[in-house]
Design a protein around this ligand. Structure first.
Ligand code: XBP
Ligand code: MG
Length: 272
C-alpha cells in the first residue's frame, strides 16, 4: 500500500540547476577572484558528481590554477560553496525558480488523501528552505512529514543514506513508498534503498537511461504516455491513483507476471 511519496529536490521539484546553482557557482567564482566558469554543457557533465562541494573539488583536480595542497583545496571549495549557496538562496527567494508542472498538485493530492510526503535530497537545508518558502509559503515544512537534506545524510546520492533515513523518519517500509527522481544517481540511491521510483525527466538528464524505474515521464502534468517496463499503457498526468496502481502492479510481479492482461493500467486519470 502506498503510504508516502519521497521527493528529490533539484531537477524534480524544480529545474534548479542550469539557471540556479550553475549561475550561483559562477557568481561565487567571480566573487572570490577565481578564474573558472562553468558553462551550460560543462555543468551538465559535472552533475555526475552529486553535491556542490564535492563538484568543486572534483573540478579542481583538472585545474592548473587550483591550490596545491588538499587542505587548501578543501578550504577554497568550502568558501566557494558557502558563497554559492548564499547567491542561490537569494535568487530563489526572489522567486527566480518555479516548481515544475504538476508538483504542487501532487503534493496537495497526497495531503488531501492522507499519503505522507517527504524530501530526500543531496542539497543543503538552506537551499531547500529558500526554494520551498518562495513557492509554497513560509509554512512549507508542514506539508512534509520528513525532510532529509545534506546535513542529515552526508553520504551523497547514489548512496541510499538519504532515502533510508527518510523511510526511518516516516516509520514505513521501502515497499510502502514511491520516490520521485530526475537523475541516474538519484534513481540508484532510491532503488538501493528498495524504493520503487518514478522518474520525471529534467533538462540535464533528459537523454539518460533509467533502467529499473517504475515509470518515466516528461513531467508530472504531461498527459503523454509514460515509458515503463512495469505497467503497459500508462499515461500521464501522474496522479495518486496512478501511482497506487503502479506500485500495486510492481508488487504483484509486474507486466510479465500477469501475461499481458494489464494493458491500460494507470491510464485512468483524475479519480483517486
Ligand atoms: C542535486 C545535487 C546538488 C545540487 C547543488 O541534489 O547534486 O549538489 O546540484 O546543491 P538532488 P548543493 O537532486 O538530490 O536534490 O550545492 O547544495 O550540493
Ligand atoms: Mg535531482
Amino acid at each position: 500500500m502506498l503510504r508516502a511519496l519521497i521527493w528529490d529536490v533539484d531537477g524534480t521539484l524544480a529545474e534548479t540547476e542550469r539557471d540556479g546553482h550553475r549561475v550561483a557557482f559562477n557568481g561565487a567564482f567571480e566573487a572570490l577572484g577565481v578564474p573558472w566558469r562553468w558553462d551550460v554543457d560543462a555543468y551538465g557533465r559535472l552533475l555526475r558528481v552529486a553535491g556542490g562541494y564535492e563538484r568543486i573539488l572534483h573540478d579542481m583536480a583538472s585545474r592548473a590554477e587550483a591550490p596545491a595542497s588538499q587542505p587548501e583545496r578543501e578550504a577554497l571549495a568550502r568558501e566557494l560553496h558557502r558563497r554559492k549557496n548564499a547567491l542561490y538562496e537569494a535568487h530563489v527567494a526572489a522567486g527566480g525558480i518555479a516548481l515544475r508542472p504538476g508538483v504542487r498538485e501532487l503534493i496537495d493530492e497526497c495531503i488531501d488523501w492522507g499519503v505522507m510526503t517527504a524530501i530526500a535530497t543531496t542539497t543543503g537545508r538552506g537551499n531547500v528552505d529558500a526554494l520551498l518558502r518562495a513557492n509554497l509559503g513560509e509554512h512549507w515544512e508542514s506539508r512534509f512529514r520528513a525532510v532529509v537534506c545534506a546535513e542529515d545524510a552526508p553520504r551523497k546520492k547514489p548512496d541510499p543514506q538519504a532515502y533510508r533515513l527518510a523511510l526511518q523518519r516516516l516509520g514505513i517500509e521501502a515497499d510502502e513508498a514511491i520516490a520521485i527522481e530526475d537523475s541516474p544517481n538519484g534513481l540508484v540511491a532510491a532503488r538501493a534503498a528498495g524504493i520503487a521510483t518514478l522518474v520525471t525527466r529534467s533538462a540535464y538528464f533528459a537523454d539518460c537511461a533509467f533502467d529499473g524505474a517504475l515509470a518515466e515521464c516528461d513531467d508530472l502534468a504531461s498527459p503523454a504516455p509514460l515509458r515503463s517496463s512495469v505497467v503497459r499503457g500508462a499515461r500521464g498526468p501522474v496522479s495518486l491513483r496512478s501511482l497506487r496502481e503502479w506500485l500495486a502492479f510492481a508488487a504483484g510481479g509486474g507486466w510479465a507476471a500477469c501475461g499481458g492482461r494489464a494493458e491500460g493500467v494507470g491510464a485512468s486519470q483524475g479519480n483517486r
